[in-house]
Write a protein that binds this ligand. Structure first.
Ligand code: N01
Length: 544
């Protein structure tokens, strides 16, 4: 007699080529591979770049570094790994992050499951087979029970299409697709378009070498001093003495990121004490500046107080008051992602740097010798686009994904992303959307989020194998409830009040929706646990 075990049934009716296809070999994709292997699932990972790293592979522009501390922006699943790795700086530079990711890929022998320089361009769910048919741009087709999108939140660069772009005869670069060979800025007139984090980090370094840098700013950003520094042996030793305890403390926090934060309103303190607190938090540097008070992102008046403080710090640096005016944003601080920089405002005191107001008439066109903006022609040898990303959803919608009933992901998300706990999309069974819209993702420490998602998905697959299920799909009701919760959480935050990539307004035609879940890391994790504890509540499970 032929007995079908539960495990056989998981693979029975139609045996796919692999259990899972993983798209992307950044932090999330690599962790997913580790977990799949640990649980005995076969997997193929496809990665467009020649090596691992995801967005950290491509964003190798001068000055690129992370705005989350290196001792936290790293994996915690393996005590040996976190003990053995040595981060040189508080905020890791891109080459150090890439070296770490390469180390992880080699340490766990992950590259043998990754096909590089290959993009997944289409995936279609088969209702009869409960598998995904996946197609790459190299012509390979394969079937997989599960389709796991580890494509990153900030991985699809956008470049505005200016008239005359093809006429420009100089060098053209984009921060998010930076060449691997060194770029020579010496003696050159360079135009940088954009003033987001990528420009904030690169402009001071480019200005040290260039003949002249013109920075084209449409909307000013708030930039705080990163206060980056080499990591002291004592600091590292203290954390490593109880790395697990340190990580556990971070898990209890809204952003899964441990830094000094104060559970007090701006108005709980006298103006003098308020200033002292802000001074202290300024000296800590980087994103922790927003931890000075608990109502900076929820109360307009509190936010204004903190923005005024920020303005006083910026004006203390920038010598020309008209330039300082131009650098002052007219929106809540922290509404856009706060930029963490090193000597950014100092750069505008240099004779070889000009800030150009590209707000009113914008960049009118590119010419053979440079560009025309603010009614003037600028002669340039090089143009650098620091113009950002189709964030949160771009990596998913770029692929031709077809779910049940022939519905495409582009149709499904036409009015904004809809997910169930960020991980699943109703009508797209057996697809998991990692660290993206509908989960804390960019509002949490991404590597921590990658591990939480990877664990959840791997456990789910194991559960399905044990139960003999071959199909899992979020119900429309559960998805609608979660979308409502995502929107409810967002509406309580000032972050919905300005244009930013969080709401998709930087991409023409994109629905304006606050994409990440801002209800906090602990409540999100708890929700994921409840879903499991209640037998994958909100999901329909089927077996072939
Ligand atoms: O992109 P951005 P980014 N004409 O979208 C301008 C992460 N990151 O790559 O604001 C003129 O912030 C645009 O102007 P406006 C981090 O999360 C992290 O710098 O739309 N200008 C804006 O100034 C960050 O938030 C790190 O008016 C145009 C700029 O381009 C996220 O990535 C480092 C324009 C884009 O800024 C994105 O940062 C780097 C046009 N037609 C990145 N189109 C760290 O960890 C766009 N712009 C520190």
């Amino acid at each position: 007699m032929n007995t079908i075990t539960k495990n056989d049934s998981f693979r029975s009716a139609v045996k796919p080529d692999v259990d899972a296809v993983v798209v992307g070999a950044g932090f999330t994709g690599l962790y997913m591979l580790i977990k799949l292997r640990e649980k005995g699932f076969s997997a193929r990972c496809f990665e467009a770049a020649p090596s691992v790293g995801g967005t950290w592979y491509w964003n190798s522009y001068p000055g690129a570094r992370c705005d989350i501390e290196s001792m936290q922006y790293s994996y915690q699943f393996d005590e040996e790994l976190q003990q053995e790795w040595e981060w040189p700086e508080r905020y890791a530079a891109q080459p150090d992050i890439l070296a770490y990711i390469e180390h992880v890929a080699d340490r766990y022998d992950l590259k043998r499951d990754i096909t590089f320089e290959t993009r997944v361009q289409a995936a279609t769910f088969g209702e009869d087979s409960h598998t995904w048919e996946v197609e790459t741009d190299c012509g390979e087709r394969l079937s997989a029970r599960f389709f796991i999108m580890s494509v990153g939140c900030l991985s699809v660069p956008i470049r505005p299409e200016f008239d005359g772009a093809e006429e420009f005869s100089g060098e053209v670069y984009q921060t998010s697709m930076w060449p691997k060979d060194p770029v020579n800025f010496a003696g050159k007139r360079i135009g940088v378009i954009g003033v987001g984090s990528s420009a904030v980090q690169s402009v001071p370094l480019i200005a040290e070498q260039a003949k002249h840098v013109y920075v084209y700013q449409r909307t000013p950003n708030f930039v705080v001093q990163a206060q980056n520094h080499p990591l002291g042996e004592d600091d590292v030793a203290t954390i490593k003495a109880d790395y697990r305890g340190f990580r556990a403390k971070a898990w209890d926090l809204q952003s899964a990121f441990l830094f000094p934060r104060h559970d007090q309103s701006v108005f709980d303190l006298s103006p003098k004490d308020r200033r002292t607190r802000l001074d202290e938090q300024w000296e800590i540097g980087g994103l922790p500046f927003l931890g000075a008070f608990n109502d900076i992102l929820t109360n307009d008046d509190a936010n204004r107080e903190v923005a005024d403080y920020w303005e006083s710090r910026m004006r203390a640096v920038v010598k020309d008051p008209e330039i300082a005016d131009l650098l002052t944003p007219n929106e809540p601080i922290g509404c856009k992602r706060l930029c963490s920089g090193t000597d950014y405002y100092e750069v505008y005191n240099r004779e070889n740097v000009t800030l150009v107001n590209a707000l009113d008439s914008g960049i009118e066109r590119l010419t053979s010798t440079g560009l025309r903006a603010a009614g003037k022609d600028f002669v340039l040898d090089m143009i650098i686009y620091a113009t950002g990303f189709d964030a949160m959803t771009g990596g998913v919608t770029k692929i031709k994904i077809t779910g049940t009933g022939g519905q495409s992901i582009q149709q499904k998300w036409a009015d904004g992303p809809r997910t169930y706990i960020g991980l699943a999309v109703s009508g797209f069974p057996n697809m998991f959307n990692m660290v993206s819209a509908g989960s804390p993702s960019v509002l949490a420490t991404m590597v921590t989020a990658a591990e939480q998602h990877g664990d959840w998905v791997a456990d789910c697959l194991e559960f399905m194998r044990e139960m003999g299920h071959t199909r899992i799909d979020a119900t429309l009701e559960a998805e609608a409830d979660w979308v409502e919760e995502v929107n409810r959480a967002a509406s309580a935050s000032l972050r919905v009040k300005c244009d930013s990539w969080y709401v998709g307004s930087n991409v023409e035609g994109k629905a304006r929706v606050f994409a990440p879940y801002i209800g906090g890391w602990p409540s999100y994790v708890k929700k994921c646990q409840i879903v499991v504890a209640n037998g994958y509540e909100g999901f329909d499970l089927e077996s072939l």
